[in-house]
Design a protein around this ligand. Structure first.
Ligand code: NAP
Length: 304
């Protein structure tokens, strides 16, 4: 039985790998089929400390991975399908095999919900984003739209007013679901215009977003709106399905932590780090921070 498994290959998973590796725990990290997590979907990362001139998201994750490997983290390109209790530890099952560990760090992240319309995938990182904090800076003096009517959409729209000359909020109904205070801020902001009862049918652009096709949900009419960026803010989903309720989740569906230590879950010996346990901050740096904590928590738990 090995010491510690790390499930996930975003900033939380790799940081856990670096710390657990340096603690001689010989961690095994299951990176999934695509390594790197959400930062693989972004271009320049300018708010990760240590890179004065910024760094591309995929490049940053390559650096994380290399550093984890340098300290002996074994990386497996496999998706974990299930986790169960066994005597003295946990059994993880992937399509390639079964593995036994004394301790597990879950860092499987969250996935932004996407609209699933034409042009969206092709233009991700080229004007289509799901993170204003990450990418808003690139829209100085530009016109952008935020899609959604919840608190995230309000927050993204307000944040984008710092850069953009005009921010449209495109919502499919005639009222927001967001909290009143956030709605009021958006509705009273001079740079923000709300486009009610509308869905984005298509995102158009050749190498960069140039417009969107909108459909009015009341009369079905279509129109084109010229834009430089589209921020999709229709929610995130924590990647917890494979856990099948093995650990307790909070009311929003994220892993509940803080039982005995910051990253402890409801199951002793299982820790959670990064966006899978964080519906609030969702930053690479906070994920890396909790990844470090989870590795230290796991090391102490193995010593107990
Ligand atoms: P959310 O509350 O689930 O809102 C998602 C929004 O996206 C809804 O307005 C929904 O429309 C819309 N939507 C969903 N699928 C869509 C689709 N396919 N096409 C077009 N629109 C779609 O998600 P969230 O805003 O990310 O918030 C998640 C949780 O975090 C909430 O509990 C929220 O309060 C909290 N949060 C709080 C803050 C804060 O307090 N500062 C900030 C961010 C998030 P409908 O309204 O028509 O369903």
């Amino acid at each position: 039985m090995k010491n510690v498994a790390i499930i996930g290959s975003g900033p939380a998973g790799y940081t856990a790998g670096i710390y657990a590796g340096r603690a001689n725990l010989e961690p095994v990290l299951f990176e999934g089929l695509e390594s790197g997590g959400q930062l693989m979907l972004t271009t320049d990362v300018e708010n990760y400390p240590g890179f004065v001139d910024g760094i591309m998201g995929p490049e940053l994750m390559q650096v994380f991975k290399g550093q984890a490997e340098r300290f002996g983290t074994e990386i497996k390109t496999e998706i974990i399908d299930s986790i169960e209790n066994i005597d003295g530890g946990f059994k993880l099952t992937s399509s390639k095999g079964e593995y036994e560990f004394k301790s597990v760090i879950i860092a499987s992240g969250a996935s932004a919900r996407w609209l699933g319309v034409e042009g969206e995938k092709e233009l991700q990182g080229y004007g289509v984003s799901a993170c204003a904090t990450c990418d808003g800076f690139f829209f100085k003096e530009k016109e952008v739209a935020v899609v959604g009517g919840g608190d995230s959409a309000m927050e993204e729209a307000l944040f984008l007013t710092k850069f953009a000359t005009k921010v449209y909020v495109i919502h499919r109904r005639d009222q927001f679901r967001a909290s009143q205070i956030m709605q009021d801020r958006v509705l009273n902001h001079e740079k923000i215009e709300v486009i009610w009862n509308s869905t984005v049918e298509k995102i158009i652009g050749d190498g960069a977003v140039s417009s969107v096709v909108l459909k009015n949900t009341e009369d079905g009419s279509e129109s084109e709106l010229n834009l430089d960026g589209v921020f999709v803010a229709i929610g995130h989903d924590p990647n917890v399905e494979f856990l099948n309720n093995f650990v307790e989740l909070d009311e929003k569906g994220y892993i509940k932590t803080g039982f005995t230590t910051d990253t402890s879950t409801s199951v002793p010996g299982v820790f959670a780090a990064g966006d899978v346990a964080d519906s609030i901050y969702r930053q690479a740096i906070t994920a890396a921070g909790t990844g470090c904590q989870a590795a230290i928590d796991s090391e102490r738990w193995l010593d107990h």
